[in-house]
Structure formats: structure tokens, C-alpha cells
Ligand binder design. Structure first.
Ligand code: PEP
Length: 268
């Protein structure tokens, strides 16, 4: 059984804490040799891991990563296009990603939203395209610093989440993880405190309860992302409502990524 499916089974009982979900987002970093080495090192360190773990190398190195992944390490991609095929130079469709046996796709990362100008509508279309083909999704949401300073962060994240999940069925939610990633904490070294992150996770969970009911809401992993490092992972991952971490910079070295994974508390 795939680790992904296994995690769903583990989540059967909503009163039990779920396994933590730790995903590395490599962004546009690495080389073929780097990918082989890092995936091998991470895989080797997972033999006793008690978490669901994934990595997302640049798409060019996806097959390299997949060929080296063992011990249940999931390999995903960082983006997809919403169309099935066509004149979209440089893009990859969900069918192509499925064809390569990717375990999941990240959609709506803040760099896609704010560097590449993806809109809520586009992100919603991508989520639907992925789920319609059964490709699991990590949906990223998060506010910019000015939105937090203005006190509009909860409303903004609520709108992003609602928009992205518009048209997503209760059944499809078994293939959705949400990642709360405040933009001001990504790649800045400035982390949301466990209280700030926990509070936003509660907001997202409440929204999921409203949209899908309590059982699905509590089975949906909500990850925190934004400068998660070995020295803050334990506090964040022990915070109520934080089901895992989406890790950028610290996922580029096996020792720091494995230290974060090992900081995850065990599900009872
Ligand atoms: C990210 O890219 O999703 C991320 C959280 O990056 P970092 O951990 O480097 O802040």
C-alpha cells in the first residue's frame, strides 16, 4: 500500500492525532547529482520515520528523484497547468505528471501567486484539474505582511481556501492537504510563532468544518510552512492543529530535513 493511502487509513479515527506530514519544497535548486544524493540520503534516514514524508524536486529531476526514493518517500511536483494539453510553453499538464507517477502536486505556492501572478481562479482550476485525475494536491494559502499588519489575514486566507476548494467534492478532499504559509515567513528566516500558526490553522480547520463537516475537516492535514528549521520544528509540530510542515531551505540538506522529520511527535 502506498504511504499516501496508508496515511488515510491511519486517519480513520479523528479523535486520534494523525501522523505528521513533512514535505520538502526544493524550488529551483539542485542538479541531477544533487537530486540523486539528497533523495538517497533522505530515504536512508526514513527507515524508522514515523511521519509521512515527501520531496518536490524541480520537474526536470523528477524521474531521477523517483528512481532513488525508497522507504516510502513520496515524490511530488511543484506546479501543474490546468489545461489538458496545448500551446502552453514550459508547462506540464496533470496527465503528464500522473504519467510520471508523481505522488502529489503543490498548487498555489506563494511564489506562484506573487512572482508568477497566479490568481485564485487559476489556482482553483489547477486544483480541480489535479483532483479530477486523482492526483493529490497540497494547496498553499497565506497572507502577505501588509495583510497581517492590516488585520485582514484571516479573511484573506479564508477567501484563498474557499476559492481553491470551490467545486471540490467531499470525496476528493481525501486527496487534499492544505499548507498555511504566511508569505512574510517564507525564505526570510522569520517564522510565525506556534501561537500565530496554530491560530490560523484553527481558522482554516473551522472553514473546512463549515464546507465539509467535522470528520473530513479533521482528517485533512494542515501543514505549516515558513522558515521551518531544526531549531523551531519541535515547537511548531507539537502545536495543536499543526499536522506537519512544508519546508523550503532546510529541505535542501539531508541532515536538517531529517532533523525536522525526527522532531515530529509520534501519533499515538
Ligand atoms: C516554502 O518554500 O514553501 C518555504 C516554506 O520555504 P522556507 O522554509 O525556506 O521558508
Amino acid at each position: 500500500m502506498e504511504l499516501w493511502a496508508l496515511s488515510t487509513v491511519v486517519l480513520e479515527h479523528i479523535d486520534r492525532p494523525m501522523k505528521k506530514h513533512i514535505v520538502g519544497n526544493w524550488k529551483m535548486n539542485g542538479s541531477a547529482a544533487f537530486t540523486e544524493a539528497l533523495v538517497s540520503e533522505i530515504s536512508a534516514g526514513l527507515s524508522a520515520a514515523h511521519a509521512v514524508v515527501g520531496v518536490t524536486p524541480p520537474s526536470l529531476y523528477f524521474s531521477t528523484a523517483k528512481s532513488k526514493a525508497t522507504n516510502g518517500l513520496l515524490v511530488g511536483v511543484q506546479n501543474c497547468h490546468e489545461a489538458e494539453s496545448g500551446a502552453f510553453t514550459g508547462e506540464h499538464s496533470v496527465s503528464m505528471i500522473k504519467d510520471m507517477s508523481a505522488d502529489f502536486v503543490i498548487i498555489g505556492h506563494s511564489e506562484r501567486r506573487h512572482v508568477f501572478g497566479e490568481t485564485d481562479e487559476q489556482i482553483s482550476a489547477k486544483v480541480k484539474a489535479a483532483l479530477s485525475k486523482g492526483l493529490p494536491v497540497i494547496l498553499c494559502v497565506g497572507e502577505k505582511l501588509e495583510e497581517r499588519d492590516a488585520g485582514s489575514h484571516e479573511a484573506l486566507v479564508g477567501t484563498q481556501t474557499k476559492s481553491a476548494l470551490n467545486g471540490v467534492s467531499a470525496e476528493q478532499m481525501s486527496k487534499v492537504w492544505v499548507a498555511y504559509e504566511p508569505v512574510w515567513a517564507i525564505g526570510t528566516g522569520r517564522t510565525a510563532s506556534p501561537e500565530q500558526a496554530g491560530a490560523m490553522h484553527e481558522v482554516i480547520r473551522a472553514l473546512l468544518v463549515e464546507l465539509y463537516g467535522s470528520e473530513i475537516a479533521h482528517k485533512t492535514p494542515i501543514l505549516y510552512g515558513g522558515s521551518v528549521k531544526p531549531n523551531n520544528a519541535e515547537a511548531l509540530l507539537n502545536t495543536k492543529g499543526i499536522d506537519g510542515a512544508l519546508v523550503g531551505g532546510a529541505s535542501l540538506k539531508s541532515d536538517s530535513f531529517l532533523a525536522i522529520i525526527n522532531a515530529a511527535p509520534k501519533a499515538e
